[in-house]
Design a protein around this ligand. Sequence first.
Ligand SMILES: Cc1cc2nc3c(=O)[nH]c(=O)nc-3n(C[C@H](O)[C@H](O)[C@H](O)COP(=O)(O)OP(=O)(O)OC[C@H]3O[C@@H](n4cnc5c(N)ncnc54)[C@H](O)[C@@H]3O)c2cc1C
Length: 537
Amino acid sequence: MQNSFDYIIVGAGSAGCVLARRLIDTQQVTVCLIEAGVSDSNPLIHIPFGVALLSRMTSINWNYNTAPQTQLDNRSLYWPRGKVMGGSSSVNAMCYIRGQYSDYDDWAASGAIGWNAECVIPLFKLSEDNTRGESTFHGVGGPLGVSDLRYHDSLSQAFIASGQSVQLPHISDFNTHERVGVGLYQVSHRNGQRCSTAKGYIAPVKDDPNLTILSNTLVHRVLINEQTAMGVECTIDGSSTQLFANNEVLLCGGAINSPQILMLSGIGDKNHLAKYHIECLSDIPSVGQHLQDHLDVIVQVKCKTASGYALMPRLVPKYIHHAAKYATTRDGLMSSNVAEAGGFAYSQLGTADKPDLQFHFIPGIIVDHGRGIEFDYGFGVHVCHLYPKSQGYIRLQSNSPLAHPEIQPNYLSHPDDLIALVDGVKLAMTMLASSAFSAYTPSPWQPSLPLENMTDEQIIAFIKSQAQTVYHPVGTCRMGQIDDPTTVVDPHCNVKHIKRLRVVDASVMPSIIGGNTNAPTIMIAEKIAQHIIAQLT
Ligand SMILES: Cc1cc2nc3c(=O)[nH]c(=O)nc-3n(C[C@H](O)[C@H](O)[C@H](O)COP(=O)(O)OP(=O)(O)OC[C@H]3O[C@@H](n4cnc5c(N)ncnc54)[C@H](O)[C@@H]3O)c2cc1C
């Protein structure tokens, strides 16, 4: 097998597939795209409604768990991440959200020069093929299919109507400057199917002779000689191999694995590396630090009406009908991403240009990320806090690349984060109790009391016992100026003090953005691809 390539890309996830595609399109370079997981042949990946079952597919998931969280009743939280072609873009909920544009101005102000809103909006548009057509904020012709849902449940419409009870207007596009309100999400779909980055970016070029795709291949470490990345050491089908990069190694392993790979390669805090007998080649204590995530709690009600996406025998004929419909038309219930509607609102801590709460409405009951089952009718609102001040870290627990690193998000270690979530839970409870849902006769389930009968202390106890991740870890290889001790990469994503090595994925975000993180990660890869290609010519 060929063992040297111009570019080696580690991780075929949201970012890695974008870089591979853009480099291949130049027809000037060879690329090896390495993925620890398997191919994306599981049909549940491609049928949007399959998302309801994906958390049970442990073979395409890293199945991480956090360290026990002292502020969350000492619970370890489950953190799913995609281990499959397309990475987490193959297992996510497909909501297409870019964040608040002022988030990018904040990035630039913190030292990520060139990443302000004006610079990044064209990159979001470049990636996009939006069925609504070209506009100030949207693009057409890009690899990432973005579309309106072909189907949504009547409960999602009721959720939008419930916005009136808390003065949240209907918003038809959450990716403009005006996004405080509720509405249906646009989704990363093409023709009624999930459009992961593997599907959108890689499938059209998978047979290109300049592209080598190695799935089922775990990268152990980057090979570094004289502060220069030379290639990677990996296991292919159980045997250890070295692959060499003529130009660069691009780490796209995501916010957990990229810092882990850096540390296994000798880049990180020297005292921490010494503990695991790893020779420190570059002492960068910020590797793995500044972990941020969106903490989320689901307010759920039960109801007696045979509605929504319940697991109830009475609804089986409906599911069979819709499965047949989807097979022929790619339409109907199976084309739903489940998290159909949502919106943005303010807690008492939100500022004018920064709504700090996000909702995802689910027309069904969710137990343990979909791993548990509740045989009943009901629905609920995910409430998440968008700008947490709590920060954590990723650290090694072993020098084995097979071992999971320690994931310590330190949820709610800053008291403001709890204040915002309490406000969010109150808003969600008010919406669920509003007249918009009265036809469904909801009764409180989680929490079990109506808002008027609950004290703040009881709401806090509910949050601490129930909150989970909404799957947006970022910041562990923070981007910014190289003399800033909190950074790992410069504004072109070059790892500090090491030549020919970049990190390009969600881990480089200087601070967490106010929304879902797939589209922003794709945008990051689009920008770095443009930069690398400009250097080629
Ligand atoms: C369940 C879930 C739901 C989500 N819902 C949404 C949503 O609705 N909307 C949204 O915008 N965002 C959502 N997200 C978040 C979003 O998908 C992620 O932020 C984004 O995919 C991160 O991209 P990435 O490139 O950083 O990492 P990933 O896409 O996770 O890619 C990393 C890749 O690297 C591979 N890899 C890691 N280590 C190695 C190694 N050592 N060797 C070889 N390969 C390796 C991994 O297997 C993976 O394929 C969700 C995420 C999850 C998990």
